[in-house]
Write a protein that binds this ligand. Sequence first.
Ligand SMILES: Nc1ncnc2c1ncn2[C@@H]1O[C@H](COP(=O)(O)OP(=O)(O)O)[C@@H](O)[C@H]1O
Ligand SMILES: Nc1ccn([C@@H]2O[C@H](COP(=O)(O)OP(=O)(O)O)[C@@H](O)[C@H]2O)c(=O)n1
Ligand SMILES: [Mg+2]
Length: 191
Amino acid sequence: MKNVVFVLGAPGSGKGTQCEKIVHNYGYVHLSAGDLLREERAKPNSKHGELIEDYIRNGKIVPVEITCSLLKDAMEKSGREHFLIDGFPRSDDNLRGWNRAMSNEVNLQFVLYFECPEDVCVGRCLKRGSAGSGRSDDNMESLKKRFKTYVNDTMPIIDHYQSLNLLRKIDANRDADEVFSDVKVVFEAAK
Ligand SMILES: Nc1ncnc2c1ncn2[C@@H]1O[C@H](COP(=O)(O)OP(=O)(O)O)[C@@H](O)[C@H]1O
Ligand SMILES: Nc1ccn([C@@H]2O[C@H](COP(=O)(O)OP(=O)(O)O)[C@@H](O)[C@H]2O)c(=O)n1
Ligand SMILES: [Mg+2]
């Protein structure tokens, strides 16, 4: 049986940064839904490249059929058993699509949630943009849309996992190493 930890939090809350540290310490495979979508977009023969670019630039959530099949393929290709799924599920469509396709073959261990104020997150993303992230959505116009999507579509998913007692909330408004010391406590408890 495959094991999964979902990693959620606002854009810029530090999901990718903390996932890297978890990979080093706990041997999970890190799958970022956003990275997989950006990779798919970059393929010259991609069926969905233009759609993905439009959704990303406008901070909208790409239809789950696309995202879930990228995740499923990456999981199968890895041949591994423990996965950090970063930035997913981010909407009701994501959650329902995942449950339809995957819930029978995957055990959800818990959901890591990085809590961080919006102004701090926006500042981090703008800094990432001006440092040359090359991302078409690390600009103020896209960020406004991304945060609207986060509040309207993703917060209800976070509440859903809270009500199932699966949410592990971390204060992400600190130095990355301090954040990781709390992350470690969660992973040690899950061993
Ligand atoms: N705890 C932190 N304090 C300050 N900056 C951070 C912290 N964690 C990540 N960053 C920086 O903020 C930006 C967003 O981090 P990232 O891990 O990509 O977040 P997310 O995947 O949630 O968007 C990156 O440029 C990263 O280097
Ligand atoms: N489950 C997901 C995750 C990302 N995405 C898209 O990819 C964009 C970037 O996601 P990301 O996870 O890389 O962004 P960050 O939260 O890491 O800054 C999102 O704003 C969405 O447009 C999606 O459609 N569905
Ligand atoms: Mg990220």
